[in-house]
Structures are given as structure tokens and as C-alpha cells.
Design a protein around this ligand. Structure first.
Ligand SMILES: [Zn+2]
Length: 447
């Protein structure tokens, strides 16, 4: 298949602008008009679609290009909703799709409407290419656009999993959740998310004697809570490498521009205990690396006390604890209990995340993504990646779909940080790279 990429690029830009112009700020979302736009675009080219409306003004758009059924389907997934904007911090209208200096600006340009446009163009380009040839696909290519991802997915992927699990029957899926990061001087890596951390809530509660604040008490529950949290602030879970993170650091070690971190990556995956420890110590100085090397503990809410002159009998803190795949939250809590010696303090799990298996970093899908990437730029390192954030891919993995998260637009960290922030934008050249990457990966896996 040899699409005319000049034509595709012009259309991709116009499509992304149109998609951004639907204001799908969630809440309330209002994704239905955008779903109708996608439905029209796909149906007018003869692609079969199903428009599902879980509740008023919310929608999932489902489309399918049929193959011969020799292999199980592959899903292209993106969400239609976006997070809100603080208009005063934007240099342009966040819902206009303005083009300036080689960038397309707008809320959702990189999360996740850029991929939505690239997925749509992949479907249209695939359908047009098939019409001109006598080729058939070995598997169905399924396009899904969901609502409510930014709101937790109750009206999006959560609803789809509950109501229409048969629509999600697939061997592979490509979703958001990775990155294509330009580090410096064009040195770039494509992180393909194949696993994610699991998010739990742990509550630390301190008990003491309640009473009038006029008489200070040594067992004041707030002091107790503060001491317990102070101890936890100095505690770090042990470093644990998973198959995903071991490969991540081993591959990055080949291309990483900064010498100290590069050596640390090599040490970390050496298997020699003293070197592993040294590597982990250096890499843990980076908050992001630290978060993928161990289970993480972040206090998020503190509560206790009602009146300025009353000592409360208890005070508590909610901790967001994120475990690496395969790690037991019970054991994390046991280790926390062992380091906190403060009397009158309990540590309990109040909400438990659900484990999802990691996707195989050696699968045909992973190789298809890497192959498509290397055809576009052989110098890019393609690495499996464990994300600290949670995506809809976890729900797919729980259903047995091998999902891979990408952000296929090469960007420096400064541009990536505009996600959920002001002046979100995608470089036009990166938008086109991403569209070709997704098309190339689908072409490889569905042939
Ligand atoms: Zn997103």
C-alpha cells in the first residue's frame, strides 16, 4: 500500500482542526456531536460503524474494516473528551485549532485528539488503499472513540467493558499512554507502554486522647499522625525491576546522552548487586525514574479536627500507593507498619486497585510498532515502558487484549508538559510522523 502522503497530511490537519473545534471538555463531555462527525467521516467511505449512546450527550463510536478472519482483530483506541482550560493562560482560542509557526494549537492536540485524528486517517487511508488493490486484511481493524476517559471512564471504556465486551474481542490494541521523547540533539526514544502501575488508597489513622486544647496532651492524634508521616517521608520501598523496566533501562542505556545516567542504566541492568544498587541510587534522583523503580507512596489528603480549641481523638491521611505489576499491596502495607513505630497509629488498605497483566514486549504488535517507527527513522530507540499513570489499557489487558500505549508524536519534554496545561500543541511534522507510524504498524499487523 502506497498512500499519497501529501494528500493524507493536508486532510489530517483539517480533520484534527475540526475535531478540536468540538468542545468536549469533561465534565460534562458532550462527546456525541464529535462522535457523529467521526461516524459521518467513516460511513461516507463505506466503513461500517456503530454509534452507541450510554447516556444523554455521551457516545462511543465503533467502526470496523473487515479482514478475512485468519487472525483476531486489532483495536485503535482514542478518547474524545478533554480536560478543561484556563483561557486566560492561553495565547489563542483553545477550541479553534489555530496553526502558528509549524504547530497546531488546541486543547486535546496531544491528549488525545491528535491520536484520534491519526487513527481516523489510518482507517480512511487503509480503506482507500484496499479499494485500489485486491489485497485483503488478515484481521479486522477496529476503531473505537470513547467518552469520559478524563473522568474515570464510567461513561466510556468502563461502560463498554460492562455492556459490550464482545466488541472488545481483539488480540491487540494501540492506545495512548506512551511517549516519543526527543531528549536532545534529535536523540529520540519511543516508549511503548506495555504495563502500568496499580493505584491503591491506604489510610493512616492516628488515635489519641481527645479533650480541651487548653491542656496540651502528649498523645495528641495530630502530632502522632505527623510523626508517622514524617517517618514515611524518609521511607522508600525497595528497588524492583520488572521485565518491562529492565528492558526499558537496558535499551535507553544505548542512546542516553547524559553520561552519569547512561552508566547508571547499564549498572542497573547488570545483575551485579553492588552495581544495581549504585545504578538505582543515581537514577532515583530523577522523580520519574524513581517512580518506575519501586512502589510509590504519596500522601494526598489529610484530615482531622473540628474546632480550634478541641484536640481531636483521631486524625488521618489518605495515601495514594502505586504498586509495580506483580507486587502485593498487603506486603507494602506490612513494610510500612514495620517502619512506623508511633503508638496509636493504624495503617489500612481502603481501596484496592485491580491488577492487569503486562503486554508482551516481544509480540507481533510490538514488533510492528517498532518496524513502522524504524522505517520512518532508524535512529529512534523503541523501548517497552511501564507507566506510573493509569489508562484504559488496563481494562483491555484485564480482558486479555494485549494493549500498547504510545504517544506517536516526537516531542521535547517542554511540549509534552503542555498536556492538560495551557497552549497545548502538536508540531505538524510530528503529527504526520505519528499518523504514518500508526498506519505503518496497522499495515504490518493486519496484512
Ligand atoms: Zn488522554
Amino acid at each position: 500500500m502506497r498512500p499519497d502522503w501529501d494528500v493524507v497530511e493536508t486532510e489530517t490537519i483539517a480533520r484534527l482542526q475540526a475535531i478540536i473545534q468540538f468542545n468536549t471538555t469533561n465534565p460534562p463531555g458532550n462527546e456525541l456531536p464529535l462522535a457523529r462527525y467521526l461516524d459521518d467521516a467513516l460511513r461516507s467511505e463505506g466503513i461500517e460503524t456503530v454509534l452507541l449512546e450510554p447516556t444523554k450527550n455521551r457516545a462511543q463510536l465503533y467502526a470496523r474494516i473487515r479482514g478475512n478472519g485468519a487472525k483476531r482483530p486489532v483495536i485503535l483506541l482514542a478518547h474524545m473528551d478533554v480536560v478543561g482550560v484556563e483561557r486566560e493562560n492561553w495565547s489563542c482560542d483553545p477550541f479553534a485549532g489555530e496553526i502558528r509557526d509549524g504547530y497546531l494549537y488546541g486543547r486535546g492536540a496531544i491528549d488525545d485528539k491528535g491520536m484520534l485524528a491519526a487513527n481516523l486517517m489510518t482507517m480512511l487511508t487503509l480503506k482507500r488503499s484496499l479499494a485500489k488493490s485486491d489485497e485483503t486484511l488478515s484481521r479486522d481493524v477496529v476503531f473505537i472513540a470513547t467518552s469520559d476517559e478524563e473522568g474515570g471512564g464510567e461513561w466510556g471504556m468502563g461502560w463498554l467493558v460492562d455492556q459490550y465486551p464482545q466488541l472488545l474481542d481483539a488480540e491487540f490494541a494501540i492506545n495512548e499512554g506512551g511517549r516519543t521523547r526527543i531528549i536532545q540533539d534529535g536523540c529520540t526514544y519511543l516508549a511503548v507502554q506495555s504495563a502500568e502501575k496499580i493505584s491503591h488508597v491506604v489510610t493512616v489513622t492516628a488515635h489519641g486522647t481527645g479533650g480541651h486544647a487548653a491542656v496540651p496532651l502528649p498523645d495528641n492524634s495530630i502530632f502522632r499522625l505527623a510523626r508517622a508521616l514524617e517517618t514515611l517521608s524518609r521511607y522508600a520501598e525497595p528497588v524492583m525491576l520488572t521485565e518491562t523496566t529492565r528492558r526499558f533501562f537496558a535499551s535507553l542505556a544505548d542512546i542516553w546522552p547524559e553520561a552519569t545516567e547512561r552508566e547508571a542504566m547499564t549498572d542497573l541492568v547488570s545483575g551485579v548487586p553492588a552495581k544495581v544498587e549504585r545504578g538505582a541510587r543515581v537514577l532515583s534522583r530523577s522523580n520519574v525514574f524513581n517512580a518506575v523503580l519501586r512502589n510509590g507512596i504519596s500522601p494526598a489528603i489529610v484530615s482531622g479536627g473540628e474546632a480550634h480549641n478541641v484536640i481531636p481523638a483521631s486524625a488521618s491521611a489518605l495515601l495514594n500507593v502505586r504498586t509495580l505489576p506483580g507486587q502485593s499491596i498487603e506486603e507494602v502495607v506490612r513494610r510500612m507498619q514495620a517502619v512506623v513505630s508511633e503508638p496509636g497509629v493504624t495503617i489500612e488498605i481502603t481501596s484496592r486497585g485491580r491488577e492487569a497483566p503486562a503486554s508482551d514486549p516481544d509480540s507481533a504488535m510490538f514488533r510492528a510498532i517498532a518496524g513502522a517507527c524504524h522505517e520512518l527513522d532508524p535512529a529512534i530507540a523503541v523501548v517497552p515502558y511501564l507507566s506510573t499513570g493509569v489508562t484504559d489499557s488496563a481494562r483491555l489487558r484485564q480482558l486479555g487484549v494485549q494493549a500498547y500505549g504510545i504517544l506517536p508524536f516526537p516531542m521535547a519534554e517542554s511540549d509534552e508538559r503542555r498536556m492538560h496545561a495551557a497552549d497545548e500543541r502538536v508540531p505538524l511534522a510530528s503529527l504526520h510522523f505519528g499518523t504514518r507510524l500508526i498506519f505503518g504498524a496497522i499495515e504490518r499487523i493486519a496484512r
